[in-house]
Design a protein. Structure first.
Length: 251
């Protein structure tokens, strides 16, 4: 690990949201962001000179709603949209007609199966089955069939009780790499913390750049080099950032 005495200006911090900063809830709308977490993130952002970014499957609009009045550098919809440090928004250039047709089909599927939730992210469609876990196989089959019809511009992304159709050309890894080409992130050692398979591309990017990749949760097969047990441990770790050695090796 890097020397904890290294100045804050050496670090660039990238944080997943659900399952990492926030406890996973039954629905995306029912998560809770404490004022204490907002204070912690704001202080970290100031210490790092703005080199803190939220990297999420949520839209940036949704992130701003959750963390209001704070507005961090952010990437939403798995890299398909990104807000730079100067406030400029960068969005994927995609034709949405096919995705709108898929939305109509999936809406009919959801209406026929109680407990499912379809989330429209403009660039992506997420089908949540957290309230109906017995429908996992049916949801997977429906989403796989849908993404196959959409063609090579889209891929199927599994997550925690969710399957998501997202743009193939973007990921959380491409978001991290893009931020690291810009001020104030450029030239710093990246740290990425995430909890799910959706974060693996970012772990890979950070490892390539000799940064710190941290997976949250029980031990699993992962590209991350270190592990934290849960959301509470993430908050504690961030409150001491950069900590002197509290991470557990995954390998």
């Amino acid at each position: 690990m890097h020397d904890a005495a290294t100045s804050d200006a050496r670090w660039a911090l990238f944080l997943d949201v659900d399952g990492t900063l926030l406890e996973v809830a039954a629905t995306p709308e029912s998560v809770y962001v404490s004022e204490g977490l907002k204070v912690l993130l704001n202080e970290l952002n100031e210490r790092l000179g703005g080199a803190l970014a939220l990297i999420s499957g949520r839209t940036i609009e949704d992130l701003d709603r959750l963390f209001a009045p704070l507005r961090f550098c952010a990437s939403g919809v798995h890299g398909a949209e990104r807000r730079e440090s100067n406030g400029r928004m960068v969005r994927a250039a995609l034709e949405h007609d096919n995705l709108r047709e898929a939305h109509a089909e999936l809406s009919s599927f959801v209406q026929a199966h109680e407990g499912l939730l379809l989330e429209d992210k403009s660039f992506a469609l997420a089908l949540h089955y957290r309230l109906a876990p017995h429908l996992e196989a049916a949801v997977h089959a429906m989403m796989r069939s849908t993404v196959e019809r959409l063609g090579s511009e889209y891929v199927l992304q599994p997550g925690k009780r969710v399957f998501e159709i997202r743009p193939a050309a973007w990921s959380k890894g491409t978001a991290v790499r893009s931020f690291l080409q810009e001020a104030p992130f450029a030239g710093r050692a990246p740290v990425y913390i995430g909890d799910d398979v959706t974060d693996e591309h970012a772990f890979e990017a950070v490892n390539d750049l000799e940064g710190l990749s941290v997976r949250v949760g029980n031990p699993v097969a992962t590209r991350a080099k270190y592990r934290l047990a849960n959301v509470t441990d993430v908050h504690n770790w961030l409150s001491e950032f950069p900590p002197p050695g509290s991470l557990v090796r995954t390998v």
